[in-house]
Design a binder for this molecule. Sequence first.
Ligand SMILES: NC(=O)C1=CN([C@@H]2O[C@H](COP(=O)(O)OP(=O)(O)OC[C@H]3O[C@@H](n4cnc5c(N)ncnc54)[C@H](O)[C@@H]3O)[C@@H](O)[C@H]2O)C=CC1
Ligand SMILES: O=C([O-])CC(=O)C(=O)O
Length: 312
Amino acid sequence: MKVTVVGAGNVGATCANCIAEKDIVNEVVLLDIKEGVAEGKSLDMWQTAPINLYDTRIKGVTNDYEATNNSEVVVITSGLPRKPGMSRDDLIATNAGIVKSVTENIIKHSPNAKIIIVSNPLDVMCYCAYLTAKIDSSRVFGMAGILDTARYRAFLAEALNVSPKDIQALLLGGHGDTMVPLPRYTTVGGIPVTELMDHDTLHAIIERTKVGGGELVKLMGTSAWYAPGAAAAQMVEAIVCNHRRVFPVCALLNGEYGMNNIYLGVPVILGKNGIEKIIEVKLDKDEQELLAQSAKAVKTVMNVLDDMKLFN
Ligand SMILES: NC(=O)C1=CN([C@@H]2O[C@H](COP(=O)(O)OP(=O)(O)OC[C@H]3O[C@@H](n4cnc5c(N)ncnc54)[C@H](O)[C@@H]3O)[C@@H](O)[C@H]2O)C=CC1
Ligand SMILES: O=C([O-])CC(=O)C(=O)O
């Protein structure tokens, strides 16, 4: 079984490395436009196989889509990351064209692939890939929710001084500062988090989670890659192993949560066919309102994509 990762930058290379270390596929192809970079990083990674004890072959290529033929899953990480002072939405002018051209090549060479988008602005880049690929939306979706809930869970684990393994959480909405962490659906070893933490501490953690990407951009001058790469690799694993994991994933909504024709983060079952099912959880009035605000923010960026006239 073959998996392709497009973009051999920070996130793409980390993701390819995580997939290889899981030892769940025969081959990972890493593709970039920069001459030699994917080849070099792949060779470096492959030289960790005798140390980290895996068999997955890693092949780096420069724009050679033949090498990606018949991939089971393709992760698209190509595109600019933001710099301090930018929002993810500022990346659309460059990244929409990149995601469109990469998706065209991918679908030509792997017509049956499941496509995981990572490039930002995430929700609208998913829509861009969906319009380009012209395949069922169960096979085109995005990574954000696993990352955003991982940040939320890590902050909670730190504050409660417990293992992050025991924290389960759900988060809905767009992958921007309007994302909607749901304390009502957050548990620590099965115990509602609201029983273990006072309102103000929980509120501060939620607010920190919402701008968690920006916190890292400020520190590093570019955006995060370890957790994003690991999160995308976890989605790949759920698909190639048909684990039917329940993850928050950026999915096209067609009536779910009362929304239509918009990509937003929602809980799904992820298995061998991609999105096997979108799960609808009950929301109270406040949660519904927050989700509506998040959808509004995503719509604004969808309108920018529309104005770019890439699809007419
Ligand atoms: N969804 C999420 O939660 C996250 C999304 N991101 C996004 O992922 C993207 C990548 O971030 P980084 O890896 O940090 O950036 P990076 O700059 O390290 O890597 C991007 C790579 O894409 C390559 N590339 C550009 N155009 C290409 C094309 N047409 N074909 C193939 N490769 C191409 C570049 O040569 C570069 O190596 C950014 O848009 C960033 O905002 C980053 C972190 C989390
Ligand atoms: O913040 C960014 O630009 C990259 C990203 O989406 C994240 O780390 O959540």
